[in-house]
Design a protein around this ligand. Structure first.
Ligand code: AHG
Ligand code: MN
Ligand code: MN
Length: 338
């Protein structure tokens, strides 16, 4: 008989034991709630049109994005999974205007969870990669209904972060601040099994990901860096680059964790007033924690993403430049020299 392998729950229980954490049980329970949401979403994403989950709704989220049917379904699945088992004190979702309180009468736990329930949702209707991103913070003591202010904490305070990639296989990638581990969903037993222990991002790369159609809006340092990449071995960077754009941050960051690379969604003339395109709490901070824990770097161009001071708005945006450490630091040099 084939060996079962290490399941995500047993991995977390063992990790908590090693750390001597007294909160081990409830933290493991919280991660279990998240994996239940992700398994449910994976099932629907996988069935696609057979499950009637493609297409758009007639609503928009607070950032003005038209919500896909699956954005709303995935959002509700996260909320249901998180509020039913008493591990979570409050939630903030990319798809909800306000932070979400645990319903009256339900038990409240020790953690705050922020999530992007369906990342890359424009890929949903074309059967391409989508994902989910989440971040976990310790809940403040003695607060029954946490407010936006309680979620507005720098990324350095995250105690765990992860993403689930719904690709050819469904994968959960997780950090609790002690490295990054990847688990593949085994559909026959319904469990995430450890397949990618200690994921490490190569320090060097010649692969970049940026939406090049925005080129004319970029700031000079990004203009200069990409222009130098395009010149390949004849340019100042002295190597031939490759480019990829999945249009789902989960897909880009997963590729970078597997083989290196750099992902940029920089500040530009269109998004300057908003502060960037991607969301600090739902995308920037969790992905920055994962990338740094895998040995990579995550900056805005000016500072570490995880040190960006939250402004109290749970939908705050942030520019991101993250991935292979030496390449990210090279882009930082372009910013310093500008
Ligand atoms: P979401 O689907 O959660 O709104 O996120 C989409 C984000 C990110 O995942 C992706 O890298 C980027 O937006 C794609 O942007 P473009 O539309 O510029 O391709
Ligand atoms: Mn997203
Ligand atoms: Mn989303």
């Amino acid at each position: 008989m084939q060996e079962l392998g290490t399941t995500l729950s047993s991995f977390i229980i063992n990790e908590q034991r090693k750390l001597g954490s007294s909160a081990g049980g409830t933290f493991t329970g919280l991660l279990n709630d998240i994996t239940i949401a992700c398994k449910g979403i994976a099932n629907l994403v996988n069935r696609g049109d057979l499950a009637g989950v493609l297409g758009v709704t007639d609503s928009e989220n607070s950032m003005g994005d038209v919500q896909k049917k699956m954005d709303l379904i995935a959002d509700q699945m996260f909320i249901d999974a998180l509020e039913n088992n008493g591990h979570c004190a409050g939630m903030a979702s990319e798809e909800q205007d306000d932070v979400i309180h645990t319903s009256e009468g339900k038990q409240r736990g020790h953690y705050l969870v922020t999530f992007d329930p369906l990342d890359g949702s424009s890929n949903m209707d074309i059967n391409m990669d989508v994902g989910a991103i989440f971040s976990i913070l310790q809940a403040p003591e003695g607060i029954i209904n946490p407010t936006a202010e309680h979620f507005s904490r720098p990324g350095t305070e995250q105690i765990a972060a992860g993403y689930c990639l719904y690709g050819p296989s469904t994968m959960m990638v997780l950090t609790t601040g002690n490295g990054v581990n990847g688990f593949t969903l085994c559909s026959s037993i319904g469990e995430f099994i450890l397949t990618h222990p200690n994921m490490a991002i190569p320090e060097d790369t010649a692969e970049y990901a940026i939406n090049a159609s925005n080129q004319r809006f970029w700031e000079k340092p990004v203009q200069d860096y990409i222009a130098d990449c395009v010149q390949g071995e004849e340019g100042p960077l002295g190597k031939r680059y490759n480019m990829r754009w999945v249009a789902a941050m989960v897909g880009e960051i997963h590729r970078i964790l597997c083989r290196g690379g750099i992902f940029l969604y920089p500040i530009d003339e269109r998004n300057r007033e908003a502060g960037g395109k991607l969301r600090l709490l739902y995308e920037g901070n969790p992905m920055a924690m994962i990338v740094e824990q895998a040995g990579g770097a995550a900056y805005t161009g000016y500072e570490r993403v995880m040190e960006v001071k939250p402004n109290g708005d749970p939908h705050q945006r942030v520019p991101v430049i993250m991935g292979s450490k030496n390449e990210v630091m090279k882009v930082m040099e372009y910013h310093k020299n500008a």
